[in-house]
Ligand binder design. Structure first.
Ligand code: FES
Ligand code: MG
Length: 594
């Protein structure tokens, strides 16, 4: 059915040709002086004025790949196939850079770049003659940043994922992105491997072009984009080096031209139903905890209200269907071969778990997209009625330490459950002594300090790690216990913080605590030695400090956090909201269809 898109006459069947916004620049008889100016410089790389004035849509390609965005670098190649598709379908491609985002390398944290890339892309899409756009996604924040911008401007947009790396292997075992690093760190702390071997493990986990091959934040957010209906069916899981990836790039290029002709905008796709399906799908794939803030951010920029209670109401009881690290066993290649995101959603669709009668970029409904997509590999994608785990969605907590925090219950190990959540008569309730760190520098400096006497009765707490405190919110809540405990085989203590944790981590942390310490949230008043009670039955997490003393502490100063180092850090801090509400630039939310 893609062949009929070749025919330029398609858009005129039974109706007048659509006038594109780019024609206000290139074909505006009222402003011939400006038109000449707009046209002339494009000619210096060989485009003719006839092409630009032929009534064809100008298709932007937001290029997220570069040498400092290695996870997305495949898009430098894929863009050629996107261009082929755009040309074949009758459009004109214009490629431009997105502000680079590289999760692992950016200091103080890549999280600060999501809103910056968003802001830059909004300005490009608003201010240049672009009729529709291909969003090239991959590394964690590159997906939500671009989807947020497409919503703000509300021109036709389609997501092209770069795809995960090939599966990594080390000494005969799968070595998954992040997961291999977390395991290697514990082995390093326990003294069972040396630095050289640690580096070898890291290298083995990154065997090719592509983004993280575990169900970390990158694969999660690309899956979410597909679940929302923003990419062609099956797009997100195709590994970057596979031949299907280039073919998907070509088809995506063709499809965006058709979307431009029919004016299929993000606002017609990004409905509340779409976001509820994203929450359900995220639980079923064992998605990253970072999905919480990114899904909320995308929803808010799309003008959709998601309530904090939606995570429990729609997501929590969804079972884990995908056997992929960190919640399960396999990596991206097996996931793709098992059918990818459509196969997981097919399973959910059979059970009536989705609101799939909704528009997608394919021009068909999600229900139609999912038809016939049953998995071919039951080792990887489990049946809904015999899942890998039950109740896999995020668990939402509140109390005197925060109004909102989440816990990824699908990664709670049996050992952790046995130690903390299985006391007879008090199942799912535990109390611990708090060890409080002010930022990750403090954690690293003091975690092995014997005077803290950290043992299994402790909960490690980190604050000053939220959007304002860090700034950007740091992936630091999955704190490793002191080396002495790791040597005794204790790999996890309960942890809590106002920062995030890597989507590749299997730590059962309480994270994204909002409001954060830096804006006077409850964590600001906590002290080392306080006892904390976590009650997963009641959804409560509280410091067991007498009310009067707690109120007295609130008269003191908020714990200090580092000063801004760059102008953007200062702007970011002065405009960002809390993680519960997506950590968006609050002033940007009301702008729509600009
Ligand atoms: Fe870029 Fe994981 S670090 S995708
Ligand atoms: Mg990450």
């Amino acid at each position: 059915d893609l062949n009929d898109m070749n025919d330029m006459s398609q858009r005129t069947v039974g109706e007048a040709p659509r006038r594109y916004r780019s024609q206000d620049w290139f074909d505006n008889p009222d402003h011939i002086d400006m038109t000449a100016l707009y046209l002339e410089r494009f000619m210096n790389y060989g485009i003719t004025p006839e092409e630009l004035r032929s009534g064809r849509p100008i298709i932007g390609i937001a290029q997220s790949g570069s040498d400092i965005s290695p996870c997305n670098r495949i898009h430098l190649e894929l863009a050629k196939r996107v261009r082929d598709g755009i040309r074949d379908a009758g459009g004109i491609a214009m490629e431009f850079p997105l502000h680079p985002i590289f999760e692992n390398c950016r200091r103080p944290t890549a999280a600060i770049d999501r809103n910056l890339a968003y802001l830059g892309l909004v300005e490009i899409l608003h201010g240049y003659p672009i009729d529709a756009v291909v969003l090239t996604t991959g590394c964690d924040k590159t997906t939500p940043a671009q989807v947020m911008a497409a919503s703000t401007v509300d021109i036709p947009a389609i997501v092209l994922s770069g795809g995960p790396m090939l599966d990594g292997w080390f000494e005969g075992e799968l070595a998954g992105s992040g997961a291999a690093i977390w395991k290697g760190r514990r082995q390093l702390a326990a003294g069972t491997i040396d630095n050289e071997k640690f580096l070898q493990i890291a290298a083995a986990s990154a065997p090719s072009a592509g983004h993280c091959n575990t169900m970390g934040t990158a694969s999660t957010m690309n899956a979410i984009a597909e679940a929302l209906g923003l990419s062609l069916t099956g797009c997100s899981a195709i590994p970057a080096p596979y031949r299907e990836r280039g073919q998907m790039a070509y088809e995506t290029g063709r499809r965006i031209v058709e979307m431009a002709k029919r004016d299929i905008k993000p606002s017609s796709i990004l409905t509340r139903d779409a976001f509820l399906d994203a929450i359900v799908t995220n639980a079923a794939i064992g998605g990253s905890t970072n999905a919480q803030q990114h899904i909320v951010a995308m929803a808010r920029h799309a003008g959709v209200e998601l309530k904090s209670s939606d995570w429990m109401e729609y997501g929590h009881e969804v079972p884990l269907l995908l056997n992929m690290q960190p919640a399960g066993k396999f990596l991206g290649e097996r996931f793709h071969r098992a059918g990818g995101v459509p196969a997981v959603m097919w399973e959910l669709e059979q059970q009536g778990m989705l609101r799939s009668d909704r528009a997608t970029v394919t021009g068909r409904t999600m229900r139609e997209n999912l038809a016939g997509r049953e998995t071919v590999d039951r080792e990887v994608i489990y049946p809904f009625n015999a899942p890998l785990k039950t109740d896999a969605g995020f668990f939402v907590l509140k109390g005197n330490l925060f109004d909102f925090a989440i816990m990824k219950t699908s990664v709670i190990s049996e050992a952790f459950r046995a130690r903390y959540l299985s006391e007879p008569g008090r199942e799912n309730v535990f109390e611990c002594r708090a060890i409080v760190f002010d930022g990750s520098g403090d954690y690293h400096a003091r975690i092995n300090d014997p005077s803290l006497a950290i043992d299994e009765d402790c909960i490690l707490v980190i604050r000053g790690a939220g959007p304002v405190g860090w700034p950007g919110s740091a992936e630091v809540v999955n704190m490793q216990p002191p080396d002495a405990l790791v040597k005794r085989g204790i790999n996890w203590l309960p942890t809590l913080g106002d920062g995030r944790q890597s989507g590749t981590s299997d730590s059962p942390s309480i994270l994204n605590a909002s409001p954060e310490s830096a804006v006077g949230g409850g964590l600001a008043w906590l002290r080392t030695g306080d006892r904390i009670r976590v009650d997963l039955n009641a959804g409560q997490c509280d410091a067991l400090v007498p009310e009067a003393e707690w109120e007295e502490r609130k008269k003191g100063p908020i714990p200090a956090y580092p000063a801004s180092q760059t102008p953007w850090q200062e702007i970011y801090r002065s405009t960002v909201g809390q993680m519960e509400h997506g950590a968006v630039m609050e002033l940007a939310v009301p702008y729509r269809a600009v």
